[in-house]
Design a protein around this ligand. Sequence first.
Ligand SMILES: Cc1cc2nc3c(=O)[nH]c(=O)nc-3n(C[C@H](O)[C@H](O)[C@H](O)COP(=O)(O)OP(=O)(O)OC[C@H]3O[C@@H](n4cnc5c(N)ncnc54)[C@H](O)[C@@H]3O)c2cc1C
Length: 433
Amino acid sequence: MRYRPRFGRGAAIYPQNVRFRVTRPCPYGKQSNMSRTAIIGAGVTGVLTAYHLDRHRHQVCLFDKNEQAAMETSFANGGQISASNAEVWNNWHTVRSAFKSMFGPDAPLKIGAKPDRHKLSWFTEFAYEGLRQAKNTERLVRMALRSRERLRDIARLEQIDFDMRESGLMHVHRTKTQFETAARANKVFNASGLERRAVTPDEIRALEPALAGDYYGGFYTPGDFSGDVHKFTQGLLAICRDERVETRFGVGVIDISSVGGTIRISLDTGEDMTFDNVVICAGVGSRRLAAMLGDRVNVYPVKGYSLTLDIAPDTAKEDVPNVALLDDAAKIVTSRLGQRVRIAGLAEFRGADLSIDPARAAVLERWAKNHFPRLVSEHTTTWTGLRPMMPSMTPTVGPGRKKGVFYNTGHGHLGWTLSAGTAEAIAEIVDET
Ligand SMILES: Cc1cc2nc3c(=O)[nH]c(=O)nc-3n(C[C@H](O)[C@H](O)[C@H](O)COP(=O)(O)OP(=O)(O)OC[C@H]3O[C@@H](n4cnc5c(N)ncnc54)[C@H](O)[C@@H]3O)c2cc1C
């Protein structure tokens, strides 16, 4: 039975193991401000933002151009809540290995040959952010750690079924060089508060008996976990709707302005609506909306692929993956989601293109066959999504130039991991402003 605190009287009973206590109507001891706040985008980031702002007693209206929540990048991602993957990519070893392997058939990274101004500006800033990569990684790890706990708390409190699996996450490395590079990064992780330990080839086999291949070593992070982002987002949205969150789905925001502290939103239905605040959580659509408001949020759509394998009932238990995995060299992740296995990865800079290239999907299929050779799938679904990536690889969370404008976007390769924390942060910022 799902626990619901009683509105207006605070929560009288708490389920076991809840680490932070949520009371309604206002968990922060403040009176209702009842400002009307629009949220644009109902991916995982937007729905979590709606959840937190509702707890801060804002009148929330959540917009999305799709008929349902989590139909874009939050649909079929790698499924990992992975503080251990919170390393920014603008470091020398990632860039060097990406370029070295870029022209092979199984290349994790592809950059479309067609130059355009957006791509050029993004890569220029990406190179500049290389100067701050150590600081950005540290910041990202701390954000991920906070967010990981927030997500756990919400999942327990709200009892959302999203195939959550708390078996930890293991990075695997085939060569000594790869392992030693990861060991250097591990020092930054540990210094930032992440518990992540080296594992031997024998320990790799013991932690994941289904995994084939020879490994030099790996790193295991017991606190990381996995779950289905789409199921979680839809489950949380149902809770938001049970409260007071209004939703306008199947309508696109085509224009937005802030005049004299009032936010005016124009919809593709021809309607205009006004609000006190707006939070932009529009994933790869955030750059265009920000430009309308005089802000620059340089999100680039970085395409990735995933395969979802429905496990055949006759597959032996020991042949099905158990822990979440990250193959660092291939940049491929796997997660067990109930009776499904998700395999995801690849990064392509080709603009907002969601088409499925069979040759790229085959990279993931080959990887799955080679690494889980005895896993039998009844049915496989291929998907592509666009990571909303900032050049710094860290999300934009804070106010815009104009009064009442806020951003919680640009979560890149880590939106599932980071959004519970950034949603909580932006709700506090909106409240205080
Ligand atoms: C292959 C792949 C694997 C990944 N694996 C992981 C992982 O294992 N762990 C992890 O932490 N992260 C992972 N990610 C990243 C993560 O999925 C994203 O960071 C996250 O889903 C982004 O969520 P979002 O809510 O910001 O964007 P979205 O989910 O894209 O939501 C944005 C919403 O805004 C709406 N919108 C946009 N413009 C408008 C408009 N003008 N009007 C109305 N609505 C609008 C869209 O319809 C959309 O629903 C992965 C991504 C990919 C592609």
